[in-house]
Design a protein around this ligand. Sequence first.
Ligand SMILES: *[C@@H]1O[C@H](CO)[C@@H](O)[C@H](O)[C@H]1NC(C)=O
Ligand SMILES: *[C@@H]1O[C@H](CO)[C@@H](O)[C@H](O)[C@H]1NC(C)=O
Length: 351
Amino acid sequence: MQHLKYYIVCLFHALLLVAKTRAKVPAIIVFGDSSVDAGNNNYIPTIARSNFEPYGRDFAGGRPTGRFSNGKIPTDFIAEAFHIKPSIPAYLDPAYNISDFATGVSFASAGTGYDNATSDVLSVIPLWKELEYYKEYQRKLRAHLGNAAANKVISEAVYMISMGTNDFLENYYAIPGGRQSQFSIGQYEDFLVRIAYLFLKELHGLGARKISLGGLPPMGCLPLERTTNFMLQNDCIESYNDLALEFNGKLKGMVMKLNKELPGVKLVFSNPYYIFMHIIRRPLSHGFEVASVACCSTGMFEMGYACSRNNPFTCQDANKYVFWDAFHPTEKTSHIIADYLMKTTLAQFRS
Ligand SMILES: *[C@@H]1O[C@H](CO)[C@@H](O)[C@H](O)[C@H]1NC(C)=O
Ligand SMILES: *[C@@H]1O[C@H](CO)[C@@H](O)[C@H](O)[C@H]1NC(C)=O
C-alpha cells in the first residue's frame, strides 16, 4: 500500500514536470518567398501580387489576401498545429498590429530569394530587408511586452525560412548574361548557401533559437516548367529536380554544421522535396485527381495577374488539384506538407 502511494506521488510529480517543460511555442516567425508570403507584396510596388480573385476563394471569408493559394499556406497550418492561431498575418498589413504579431508574423515576399539580384527582378523585398523588418519588430515587441516577456517570445518562437526556387528559376536560368556569366551552377549554389549561412548566424545573434530552414520543392515538376518540356510530353524537368536535390543536400550539410557551432540553437532542415514528389507521382493516394497542370485558367502557365477572375477554364474544386496556379500548390497540398513537417523536423519544437 505504502509502495503504491509512493509510486502515485512520484508519477504525479513526473507528470507535472512534463507539463512544465512542454512550454508552449509562443509565436511563429516567417522569412521567405511566395511559399510563405501572407500578403506583404500588397503594400509594395511590384507586379508579384495575388490579392485578387480567384486567389483566396477558399480562405476564411472567401477573401484574397496576397497568399499565392486558393486558401492557406503551409506556415498557417503550422501555426494552427502549434495551437497558436489559424493563420499568420503579413508584417506590412495595416489591419494588424504588434498585439497580433506577438504570436506570429510573416516578413516573406513573393518573388524574393537569397540573392539580392533575385529580389531586384520583380522589385520585391530582399532578404536583408526582411531581416531589417524583423529588427524593427523586435523593438516594437519590447515596447509592447516589456524586455523580459519580449525576450521570451524571441527565444522560444519557431522561426521558419523558405526560399530559393526563384534564385534558380526567376534569376539564374531566366536572365542570360546575369548570374550565369559570373557563376557556374555549382558556384551559384555555394553562393546561395553562404548567404543562408550568414542569415542564420545573424538570426541566432538576434536571439532566435528554434529555427527551421526549408529546402526546395521538386521545382522541375511545377506546371510552368512542365509546360516548357514539350519534347518529353510535358513531364517534369529532371535537371531542375536534380538541381533541387543537390542544393538541398548542400543546405542540409550547412545546417548540420551550424547546429554544432551555434550555442543553444535547435536548427533543423525541413525538406519538402520527397513528400511533394510523392504527391505529384501518386496524386490519387493523397486524394487528388490532377498533378500535371494547375487549377487556375489553363493551368499551364498562369499565375499572378494572368490567373484572373472569371476565367472559364479555372477548376471548380481546387481540392482535386495538386497545384493552384502554375507555380504554387493548392491549400490541400500545403496542408499535407505542413502535417508532414509537424510529424518530422518540427516535432522537436513542441517540447
Ligand atoms: C491592436 O489592435 C486592436 C484591435 O484593432 C486594439 O484593440 C489594440 O489596442 C491594438 N494594440 C496596439 C498595441 O496598438
Ligand atoms: C545585399 O544587399 C545588402 C544591402 O545593400 C548588402 O548589405 C548585402 O551585402 C548584399 N548581399 C550580398 C550577398 O551581396
